[in-house]
Design a protein around this ligand. Sequence first.
Ligand SMILES: Nc1ncnc2c1ncn2[C@@H]1O[C@H](COP(=O)(O)OP(=O)(O)OP(=O)(O)O)[C@@H](O)[C@H]1O
Ligand SMILES: [Mg+2]
Length: 256
Amino acid sequence: MTKMVRVRNLSFSYDGHPVLKNVNLDIEKEDFVAFVGPNGSGKSTLMKLMIGELVPDSGELRILGTEISEFREWSRIAYMSQQVRSFNYSFPATVKEIIAANLYQEMGFFKVLNKKLEEKVESILELVGLEDYKNKQIGSLSGGQQQRVFIARTLVNDPELIFLDEPMVGIDAAFQDDFIDLINRLNKDLGKCIVMVSHDIHVISKQANKIACFSNQNVFLHDSADFEIDEIYGEIGCQKRIIPEHQHINGGDTDA
Ligand SMILES: Nc1ncnc2c1ncn2[C@@H]1O[C@H](COP(=O)(O)OP(=O)(O)OP(=O)(O)O)[C@@H](O)[C@H]1O
Ligand SMILES: [Mg+2]
């Protein structure tokens, strides 16, 4: 099995305030991993460490087999940040231009789309169901459609490893279903490795094969098949279950 991400004893703090301590985590090629946990538990921070936006204080972090400080093949990775919703939608660009902008490096000296790249953009628009909107201004689209544009933009480089930080926030239930279908297709049919932050554990625990629970500056990885949501406590329930199970996996206490 190919390791997409390997984290060993990783610690990180913002200006001396620890957020993650001695975190260990492996993500394999075929995984769809959900990051869950309360606000401020370090989900976005770990994702930013994994895409090289932040640098660990200590520990090991390998991406696609390479130590992150030496990693250069960024086009193999995609990231959609939690801040994408603060994008200025009055920006004068069409759907197609926004998506194609991510192909900039591939466009060559004249920075124009050649036929091959044009086809790439078309096929990605079809994948997210926006083929009829390609020449529309981004600002004229609904919130859910705009969200699709950003998903498409994330996917256009054909990345192997996709990080999505709360991509479903602010979109309606119908599109959430479409979106989850899309992510599932990317993972199961196209073999993409997905890492996604979500507060919707009910949705995510059915789709992801692994659940990474963030708690007390640590991260506990579960097989989603073993994972039961505590209906009453939600995320807090998840933490209650996670710690004993983690100890169980490591040969510690067996009962929750
Ligand atoms: N740029 C920053 N500078 C200083 N502290 C930060 C910064 N970004 C995040 N933090 C702090 O680090 C902790 C973890 O934040 P992070 O954004 O990773 O949480 P999160 O799990 O993604 O939360 P949410 O569910 O609200 O998105 C929080 O206490 C937060 O206040
Ligand atoms: Mg966050």
